[in-house]
Ligand binder design. Sequence first.
Ligand SMILES: C[S@@+](CC[C@H](N)C(=O)[O-])C[C@H]1O[C@@H](n2cnc3c(N)ncnc32)[C@H](O)[C@@H]1O
Length: 251
Amino acid sequence: MSDKKGNKSNLEIELRQKGEIFRLFNQIACKYDITNRLLSLGQDTYWRNELIRQIKIEEGQEFFLLDIATGTGEVMKTFRQFYPMHGYLLGIDLSEGMIREGMDKFDKTDQKYLFAVMDAMCQGIKSEMINAVTMAFGIRNVSDVSTALKEIYRVLKPGGQVLILEFGLPQRGLWRRIYLFYLRYLLPYLGGFWTGCPSAYRYLSETICKFPSHDRFSKLMQEVGFIDTKWKEFNRGAVLLYTAYKSYKYK
Ligand SMILES: C[S@@+](CC[C@H](N)C(=O)[O-])C[C@H]1O[C@@H](n2cnc3c(N)ncnc32)[C@H](O)[C@@H]1O
């Protein structure tokens, strides 16, 4: 991921060159959920609930949900809480460690979920299979955002919906400065202290700062072909929920 001038941070380049981003997640997998809850003061649950609330499901429709960068399966678990019986769920991620944590959360009698180790940028999924694609705090991690968006577009059925939850930066004012201070000086130490893996939280902080602004990211979605792109801010832009659709008539 690059900043506006195309520069990449040292840590990010180092990790990408070694293909080690998913190993970072393997290292923190067992403490991932609890660390999220602590660092977000429990709000991560609320953000995922909001994501699920925005999913459009037509009654009686056979529904396929793909959760990309599913990690410990929190989005799929939340979906199941809202819709205990409905829909087939597929969660994909590069980190086996994260996926293992996720599998433990599901009722073994539930036959309608599946986890798979798969890259967001090269999904072994048939085109036009999926009704809704979700991706929570994952798009920031992929090395080529447009390629991942094109893959999402490809696998969605015409009229299908994409919902992407991601960290952002408040645009201006005191809150932006406070948040930048938290990202640069507090988050790496708090996250590192708790998980024993400070580089994972330095990486988190760097990638949040480098991720495109909300209007730039919406443009990237439109360039891929998505229509009706919208975003909703939480905590004055520290977290954003992007939603869009694949047109029924598409290129
Ligand atoms: C911050 S976690 C988000 C997990 C989960 N979606 C959540 O809501 O908590 C990011 C996840 O992205 C995964 N990831 C990173 N790059 C990926 C890629 N290219 N393809 C698939 N997953 C990827 C990591 O392994 C990690 O589990």
